[in-house]
Design a protein around this ligand. Structure first.
Ligand code: 9WO
Length: 251
């Protein structure tokens, strides 16, 4: 997958390219990151990338001409290199909320462009003429789109074949789709008077698997019942959930 990132602060993306699973996937060429800075599309001596909003008031907007030139150049380059026209996405709290289901769908694209806003954002006409979709991570404000873009690229990289090691992939496989994860424990076996559940020490792999599935269902039911409303449980899962509810006094 080829991802274009339009940003006034390309250095920030070292957090993505230089560390961990994402760093490895980029080094291995599983995902290609193309950083494009609108500043490189300016023509004036000061390489200006901000401009005043009409109507006055505090704050600035991203300057239109270098921004549009950067978007169009990135779109052309990625179309050429990937063989399909990338969707251009603007990251903002006004966007549609991204979830794992959307990540799975969008991560199948050959190419994608994420535009990271700075200052007070971009001119409405650029939004309407150059942007295909607006995506949000949630109802909160940050100082620019870069951290949101990094979170989304991380999620997309994890969906690419070969990006996760064997043990990381196995973990994803065993994770019940659409459910929260079950509680996990590491040493010590007794920590400040709280013990690890006995079943995890039993060595009975079938019993452990069943317990984890029950905990995943129960945790989801308690903390995020909306996730259960959105999906159909099997009769086996319904029995496990009832068992959990009985053990936890319906709470
Ligand atoms: C800044 C500002 C300063 C003074 C007066 C009004 C103002 N509005 C903004 C503003 O909305 N800045 C945005 C910062 C411009 C677009 C990029 N920014 C952004 C993206 N903030 N939060 C996000 C974001 C992206 C995805 N998911 C959640 C939040």
């Amino acid at each position: 997958m080829k991802i274009g990132l339009i940003t006034l602060l390309p250095e920030m993306f070292a957090a993505l390219s230089d560390y961990g699973i994402c760093g490895r996937a980029i080094r291995d060429g599983i995902v290609e990151i193309n950083l494009v800075n609108p500043r490189d599309f300016t023509a004036d001596k000061h390489r200006t990338v901000d401009d005043k909003p009409f109507g006055g008031g505090p704050g600035m907007l991203m300057k239109t001409e270098p921004l549009v030139a950067a978007i169009r150049a990135t779109k052309e380059a990625l179309t050429e290199r990937s063989g399909s026209v990338p969707k251009v996405v603007y990251l903002s709290p006004q966007g549609v909320k991204v979830n794992q289901e959307k990540v799975v769908i969008e991560a199948q694209a050959e190419s994608l462009i994420l535009l990271c806003g700075r200052y007070q954002g971009i001119d409405q006409r650029v939004l309407e003429s150059e942007i295909d979709e607006e995506w949000s991570l949630g109802d909160f404000v940050i100082s620019g789109g870069e951290f949101a873009a990094m979170a989304i690229v991380d999620a997309m990289i994890r969906r690419q074949a070969g990006a996760l090691g064997d043990s990381e992939s196995a973990m994803q496989d065993s994770f019940e789709e659409g459910l929260l994860h079950c509680p996990e424990y590491t040493r010590p076996q007794s920590f400040e008077g709280h013990d690890v559940p006995n079943v995890l020490l039993s060595g009975d792999h079938a019993a452990i698997k069943r317990w984890r599935h029950k905990q995943a269902l129960g945790t989801t039911w308690r903390k995020r019942p909306d996730l259960l409303d959105a999906r159909e449980l099997t009769s086996e899962q319904n029995d496990l959930l009832k068992e959990y509810q009985k053990e936890h006094g319906d709470q």
